[in-house]
Write a protein that binds this ligand. Structure first.
Ligand code: ADP
Ligand code: MG
Length: 236
């Protein structure tokens, strides 16, 4: 909680009250698993960080002026070590082309998460004037955007309530392993909903928060079965 407070304190000094992946430490502080990674400010550092991560990496522009990174080509998935430095320059150029005076905090170099076996979910919160902090859960992509297939509970969300959320969405069968896929580790998803609920309960200054995607993975022996790959929040 102390560590989360420190992360939030750093934004108080900024003119912008929107945060992106630079706030991933906030999730870490609440035990929400995030892929290994770092935000770097040079192609050389990008190479060093990529070298320390197994396999290909994902690289993302980090800028408060770029809220939807992939919309401007600001996310490069599956970058081989040899292409890391070029990709760094490319991402910066894309952000500059999009908005010449954009504040660029750097480029995030992140471990790849296995989306083949995983299911992209969304866990979020916004403060409703009537109900207070509403925690949302749904599956990513068209399920949220087109079908509006989401479940809501008021924070703090209990474990049984979080479980209900994962069960009541129409796309729930996809979590249970439709079409011969392995079921995801639902307990890990439920625990994450609880942890996020605790975070927004402890910090009323967080006005909105979205983890999109939270990749839900099949139960593996050891290791994390969820990965918070992207985060976006607004603070008071
Ligand atoms: P944004 O939502 O701002 O466009 P994201 O960080 O969510 O940026 O990345 C966009 C998409 O790229 C994700 O929804 C996911 O499909 C893919 N992606 C992002 N990071 C990773 C990662 N570490 N491993 C695998 N896929 C990723
Ligand atoms: Mg995203």
């Amino acid at each position: 909680r102390g560590r989360a407070r420190e992360v939030l304190a750093t934004v108080r000094d900024r003119e912008d009250n929107r945060l992106g992946v630079e706030a991933m430490a906030l999730l870490d502080a609440y035990g929400i698993e995030t892929p290994a990674g770092e935000i770097v400010d040079s192609p050389e550092r990008a190479n060093e960080v990529a070298a320390g991560i197994d396999g290909d990496v994902v690289m993302k522009i980090v800028s408060p002026d770029v809220l939807h990174k992939s919309d401007i080509g600001g996310v490069a998935v599956g970058v081989a070590d040899a292409d890391v430095a070029d990709t760094y320059e490319d991402l910066i150029t894309r952000a500059r082309n999009y908005q010449p005076d954009a504040t660029i905090l750097g480029v995030q170099v992140q471990e790849m998460v296995d989306l083949e076996d995983g299911v992209e979910t969304i866990v979020g919160m916004n403060r409703d004037p009537q109900f207070g902090p509403l925690v949302m859960f749904g599956l990513g992509g068209i399920f949220v955007e087109v079908m509006e297939d989401t479940a809501f509970r008021v924070a703090p969300v209990s474990e049984p309530e979080a479980r209900e959320m994962t069960e009541e969405i129409q796309s729930a069968p996809l979590l249970r392993g439709a079409r011969g896929r392995d079921p995801v580790d639902l307990d890990a998803v439920i625990e994450t909903i609880g942890r996020l609920s605790q975070l927004v309960t402890d910090f009323p200054a967080i006005l909105e928060l979205d983890v999109n995607p939270l990749v839900a993975l099949p139960d593996a022996d050891g290791g994390a079965n969820v990965a918070a790959v992207d985060v976006r929040l607004t603070v008071d």
